[in-house]
Ligand binder design. Structure first.
Ligand SMILES: Cc1cc2nc3c(=O)[nH]c(=O)nc-3n(C[C@H](O)[C@H](O)[C@H](O)COP(=O)(O)OP(=O)(O)OC[C@H]3O[C@@H](n4cnc5c(N)ncnc54)[C@H](O)[C@@H]3O)c2cc1C
Length: 384
């Protein structure tokens, strides 16, 4: 296999501690979290105490000022542990960066230290019942009245939606201007008029609290505006390369983990007096999947290196998101097949990984939208 060259000895020590945390503090509770549909808040505080939340935030805001490779390790180890109950990535690597990069000093000081310690859980609310891929169609409105924005609307499919304490809400502040009339507002979930709907029952990610959120004349102080009014869409676009790469990072790690589980299984399981591993079909299938997973690994690592050098563009990140999540779907499907009936049983990690993989092609921008973005970088004629 091609050796990875991104990580230092310090990174690997950190990886060991994340792996231990997943084994000791996460795995023993995960079945219960899947049954109840959300992870206990206590695990957030434990993760915070260990420096596993918002690691790249500056120390002044409660983080460790670490480089993004530490975030990469957190994604990889959660994937390898086959855990999908914890919305740490969205909290640390999507919500917190908006506050750090575009929020006022007051907003950073108020929220980031509590997010880093796990006292407050963050969510981001873009999608609505009638608007997902087409964010310009967002209907949630924020009308300025003196010192407040009056927020009305509803959001759906929100990760961390049940546990969250703060939500960055995408709202129209000037509906006539479409995308150019969009703003980001921080809603504290204690604000009057805010409510959480039901936790949504899902095909996978069963321990993750995906929920609906409602805003009924919520008076959001104007100081909770993130950055400039009507600039929200620009901020959302600027963060896309990292957000899309996060999904590819988890997908590549999940493919590697699935291949390990499947190798162990086919070596152990016998049919017709021989290990399943000895059949040519098994060996060829695993050879194919291992080859494609290696290609994914090299591509994702190169994207990570580019990101670290601030050179990853949105089209390339979209290629990673699209291609590696498609591969994830294929790897999980083939690996379920190699497990036979046991692959369909929830107690086998491959069954859960199969279910969890499906959404990777849908959220974070669907893979069709990824192809739209990629195609725009190809110099194709737009004439009709
Ligand atoms: C588990 C989960 C967690 C999520 N977490 C969050 C979250 O935390 N915050 C948040 O805001 N959202 C979240 N989402 C929402 C997610 O981002 C959207 O589901 C996704 O962007 C797709 O939007 P949609 O569901 O409205 O599908 P639609 O936009 O209705 O798309 C339906 C189909 O049409 C296709 N399509 C749409 N437009 C085009 C086009 N121009 N060309 C070709 N095909 C097109 C799509 O690719 C898709 O196949 C989450 C979703 C899930 C399932």
């Amino acid at each position: 296999m091609i050796p990875r060259t991104l990580f230092s000895a310090e990174h690997e020590t950190f990886r060991d501690s994340v792996r231990r945390f997943m084994a000791e503090e996460v795995a023993p509770h995960d079945e219960r979290w899947q049954e109840q549909g959300f992870a206990d808040k206590e695990v957030w505080r434990k993760a915070g105490a260990n420096g596993f939340l918002c690691p790249t935030m500056p120390e002044a805001y409660g983080g460790s000022g670490a480089d993004k490779l530490y975030s990469v390790i957190l994604f990889e180890e959660q994937a390898r542990a086959n855990n999908s109950s914890l919305g740490f990535g969205l909290h640390s690597e999507i919500v917190a960066p908006y506050l750090l990069n575009y929020g006022s000093e007051a907003l950073r000081k108020r929220y980031l230290p509590k997010m880093a310690s796990g006292e407050m859980i963050g969510a981001i609310a873009m999608s609505e019942p009638g608007a997902g891929s087409d964010l310009q169609a967002v209907k949630t409105s924020a009308v300025r009245r003196g010192d407040v924005f009056v927020l009305n609307g509803s959001k759906t499919f929100i990760t961390n939606g049940w546990n969250c304490d703060l939500v960055i809400v995408v709202a129209k502040t000037d509906p006539a201007k479409g995308a150019k009339g969009t703003s980001l507002l921080v809603v504290d979930t204690t604000m009057k008029g805010f409510s959480k709907g039901k936790r949504l029952k899902k095909l996978g990610l069963k321990g993750q609290d995906t929920a609906e959120l409602f805003f009924d004349n919520v008076e959001v102080p104007a100081e909770n505006l993130v950055g400039q009014e009507n600039n929200g869409f620009i901020y959302l676009m600027q963060e896309l390369p990292w957000e899309r790469l996060q999904i590819a990072i988890a997908a590549a790690a999940k493919c590697e983990a699935a291949l390990e589980w499947t190798r162990d299984y086919v070596n152990e399981r016998k049919a017709f007096g021989k290990p399943i591993a000895s059949f040519q079909n098994t060996r060829f299938k695993l050879a194919e999947l291992a080859t494609e997973t290696q290609i994914a690994r090299v591509f994702v690592d190169r994207c990570i290196a580019l990101l670290m050098a601030k050179g990853l563009d949105t089209a390339t990140a979209s290629m990673a998101k699209y291609w590696v999540t498609e591969l994830e779907g294929k790897v999980m499907d083939e690996c379920v097949q190699l497990h036979g009936g046991y692959g369909f049983m929830w107690e086998f990690p491959i069954a859960r990984a199969y279910a969890d993989a499906r959404v990777q092609r849908i959220y974070g921008g669907t893979n069709e939208i990824m192809k739209e973005v990629i195609s725009r970088s190809l110099g194709l004629s737009q004439e009709k």
